[in-house]
Structure formats: structure tokens, C-alpha cells
Design a protein around this ligand. Structure first.
Ligand code: TYM
Length: 326
């Protein structure tokens, strides 16, 4: 069985883009793949953060992943910082990555331009991500389009390490959804839907109440003209709504467009589809949130198994790179 792995950084509120880009692909394939799903809490420390918020969100994200259908008996389900081998491998991979290579990452350039002090960990973050992936001999990484460059780095580092020190790591590949690999913000459709958007109006959060989801869709920015066509360049707002509807119904945005004559009808259909997709996740979350000990026990079990699995890969990587075994 191929191994699939993906992670979620507890740095804001999980939204529809996260759901379509990574949660749904991992949940729908968990019976046929060897799945690893984790909360990348260490990644949340790369920007200014509030310690209590990171801790709270880590449990919230874990609960939401279970609510969305991740099965802790089928997948390896864990919090990154509970498995110290992630940071151990991170250091070894830093020794196989060029400074310029890390500096070229678009997310680093964008985030470091926002002002304030830039943490060294923001620069090395994609190398920690490579460690997350390579630690578990991952074949496939379901991600949204924004993570493609980081995946390329993970592949390059794995190939370089293998070529220089002998075959050690599986070279992973990104798996992006055929539709909605980049869901856009509803209020500013030129930007991707993001956990840390300036305005909450543009992001459909997994924990938004149905009436809030509906209101956000009905108020979404649309484009000049009246006809419903899929044309991301000239009609970014309408095209985003078509993409969201297509992703919810397993269709293509082009085909979906043919069903509507007016923006208002399209919005009604998108609101219904989004509520039908996300409301059950929220309901299940509210049930599970009453029993945090269940979630924490699942995470403890996952971390225990992960530590065992990861220690063998660390041993071979250390030996390959030239460290004397104890
Ligand atoms: P994060 O937490 O920012 O996002 C989680 C996942 O959601 C996807 N995504 C989107 N997909 C479609 N449209 C959008 N608007 C959208 N926004 C986000 C992301 O591509 C991602 O798949 N560094 C990662 C977490 C991570 C990871 C890993 C992922 C850490 N280690 C190893 C895969 C493998 C991150 O911060 O994703």
C-alpha cells in the first residue's frame, strides 16, 4: 500500500480550502493507503505566536480532523512535537540543503516581507516539512497548490541525500486535487483563502455556523456582467464560486457553469453545497469536543507508534551521513 501523509499547522482557523486541498483527500483514501495525518505544531512557531493559542488550536485541529472522518485506528494520527525524530531529521536535512535554496521559497519571501522580526525557523521551515515527509517513507503528499514548491524541495533534498550518501529516503510526490487545489478568498478573489486572512468574511471556516457560511457565500464578491461562465482570469469571483460548487459535488467548474443563468441562483446552490459539506463536520466536532480525553488518547497512541516507526529511519540516515553509532 502506498503511504500518504499530510500535515496542518495550527496557526489560524481551518477552512474550506484546507478541507478540499488536504483533509478530504486523506480521509477518502485512508482505507486503501497507509495514512499519516498530523498537526504540525512546530510550524506554528515560525511566526509571532501566542503560546496558549497554539496549544488550544492543536487540540481543536486534532478534534476537527477526527470530526471530518480521520480514523485513528486506521491512520497514524499525531502531533508533530510528540515525535522528536521530526526535529532530529530536520537537522540532518539542513546539512543537505543550500542556504540559497531555502531563501528562494516563495512563502518565506512573502512572509518575511510582512515586517517585524523574522525568525530563523521561518527560513528553515520547508526543511522541517521535508523531514516530516521523509521520516515516514512517504510516497504521496496530498496538499493544496500553495505547498507545491515545498514538495519540490523535499524531493530535491531526498534525491541529493540518496545520491551523496546512498539510498536512504523514498522520493515523495505531491497529490493535488483535480478541482479546487487553490480555493480563493470570497471577499478578495485575487488571493487564496487563508487561515490568517485580514477579514473573516472571505474564509469559510469549518467551525462557522451554517447561517454564517450561507451569509458569507451570499455576500461573496462577484464580477462585472451577469452571465455565469468559468473564466478565472476575467471572472475570478464567479469562477471561485463555480470551483467550490464543483469540489462539493464532484463535478467540473465548466459543467457546473452551464446550470445557471444568474449569479443569485449560483450563490444559492453554492451555499447549499457548502453547508451540506461542512455542517456534519461541525456537528461531529461539537460532540467530540466534549471528550478531549478521547482525542488526546488517540494522539498519544499515534505518537507512540510513530516514534517506533521513525527511529529506524533516523538510525539509517545518521549512519549514512557519517555519524558513529553509540
Ligand atoms: P497549512 O496548514 O497552511 O494548510 C493545510 C493544507 O491545506 C492546503 N490549503 C489549501 N488548499 C486549497 N486551497 C486553499 N486556499 C488552501 N489553503 C491551504 C495546504 O496546501 C495544505 O495542504 N506546511 C503545511 C503543513 C505541513 C505539511 C507537512 C503538509 C507541515 N508538514 C508535510 C504536508 C506534508 C502548512 O502549513 O499547511
Amino acid at each position: 500500500m502506498p503511504r500518504r501523509l499530510t500535515g496542518f499547522t495550527p496557526s489560524g482557523d481551518l477552512h474550506f480550502g484546507n478541507y478540499i486541498g488536504a483533509i478530504a483527500p486523506i480521509v477518502s483514501a485512508q482505507a486503501d493507503t497507509d495514512t499519516v495525518v498530523f498537526i504540525s505544531d512546530l510550524h506554528a512557531l515560525t511566526l509571532e505566536h501566542d503560546p496558549a493559542q497554539v496549544r488550544r488550536r492543536t487540540l481543536e485541529f486534532a478534534t476537527l480532523l477526527l470530526a471530518a472522518g480521520a480514523d485513528p485506528d486506521t491512520c497514524l494520527f499525531l502531533v508533530q512535537s510528540h515525535v522528536p525524530q521530526h526535529t532530529e531529521l530536520h537537522y540532518l536535512l539542513e546539512c543537505a540543503t543550500g542556504f540559497g535554496e531555502a531563501q528562494r521559497m516563495i512563502q518565506f519571501r512573502e512572509k518575511s516581507r510582512r515586517g517585524g522580526r523574522v525568525r530563523v525557523s521561518l527560513l528553515t521551515y520547508p526543511i522541517l516539512m521535508a523531514a516530516d515527509i521523509l521520516l515516514y517513507d512517504t510516497d504521496e503528499v496530498p496538499v493544496g497548490e500553495d505547498q507545491n514548491q515545498h514538495l519540490e524541495l523535499a524531493r530535491d533534498v531526498a534525491e541529493r541525500f540518496n545520491a551523496r550518501y546512498g539510498p536512504t529516503f523514498t522520493v515523495p510526490k505531491a497529490v493535488t486535487p483535480p478541482v479546487a487545489a487553490r480555493v480563493m478568498d470570497l471577499a478578495t478573489p485575487g488571493e487564496k483563502m487563508s487561515k490568517s486572512a485580514a477579514s473573516p468574511a472571505g474564509a469559510l471556516r469549518l467551525l462557522d455556523e451554517p447561517r454564517v457560511l450561507r451569509r458569507k457565500v451570499m455576500r461573496a464578491v462577484t464580477d462585472a456582467g451577469t452571465d455565469v461562465t468559468y473564466d478565472p482570469e476575467h471572472k475570478p469571483g464567479v469562477s471561485n464560486l463555480l470551483t467550490i460548487l464543483a469540489a462539493c459535488t464532484g463535478d467540473t467548474p465548466q459543467r457546473v457553469a452551464g446550470r445557471f443563468d444568474r449569479y443569485g441562483e449560483l450563490k444559492e446552490a453554492v451555499a447549499d453545497a457548502v453547508v451540506a459539506t461542512l455542517a456534519p463536520v461541525r456537528e461531529r466536532y461539537l460532540e467530540l469536543a466534549d471528550d478531549p480525553e478521547y482525542v488526546r488518547a488517540a494522539l498519544r497512541k499515534g505518537a507512540e507508534r510513530a516514534r517506533e516507526l521513525a527511529s529506524e529511519r533516523i538510525r539509517t540516515a545518521k549512519a549514512a551521513i557519517g555519524l558513529l553509532p553509540p
